[in-house]
Design a protein. Sequence first.
Length: 306
Amino acid sequence: MGERSDHPQGPGAAEDSGAQEIEATVVLGIRITDWPALRAAAQAAVEDLDFAGIDPDGQRRQLLREVSEDPNAALGALLHPDRLVAAIPGIEALGGTLEISVTDDFAPDFAELFPLDDDSDTGDWTLTPRTACLLHTQLISLSDAAYEDLDEHGDDPVTVVDDGDWTVFGRLQQRTWNLHRGWRRAFARAFDDLADDLALGEWPLPRSLAEDVALRLALADARLLLGSQPESVADMMGDLPADLYDYDWDGCGDELFGVYGPEEDEDDGLDTGERIDQLLAATHPEGWFLGYQDAEERDPGRGYRR
């Protein structure tokens, strides 16, 4: 005779052990710190999925495109309830839904990302937390506005009559006004690329002509906002530490431009801005996105916000 066991076995074990159907709600706060790694993991997850229906290969290709371009789609593939439950022994998925939303109140910790060195008295220029915060805000705002221009106007050309109806693209050189939606979308991404640099604690050094133009627009808007709405800017800063170099837009112009891009030629007497203007005039807008020779290439698979 075998020994008696207190553990239920057999088909009725779950009922005998008091197991029950449970509805679990999980709320996660997530910050994406490595988009290429997230994208690769999502792509691998999609490759492992079984697709059914009329065109399973087409479904897989479509989902691969989505997770390759959209971080929300990538998270959706990795955080799907069925996938999460499959990794937990002893339970069975009865169904579930996943909702992902971007929080509007998220902001990088610029005090941590751009720390002020109180022990140093070298007088070296630095990008301060408050300058970084205001510049990041303007870059994100310009990106939002550029995508809104796309949503409203699409491929429509900008004209002198309606250039005021365009928040961003009406501000660019007229030779860009007839360019297609794809070009405009890439330009909108230039604002996000520079904002991402700041969110990672890096100086937003333009790596192409497009980024050079984007940063100049953001600096101009930051200067204008500070002059017209100083109280709003002060509220935006919260408890970020103040510094002598806060809102030094001339310093930003001197330090952020020219690190990559056209080499200095002391004989021509041009400053960096004038030299960039020359390049913009001589380069077809389609070439604005070619990376500067000495700059690290942006991830070509980083996708678009929209």
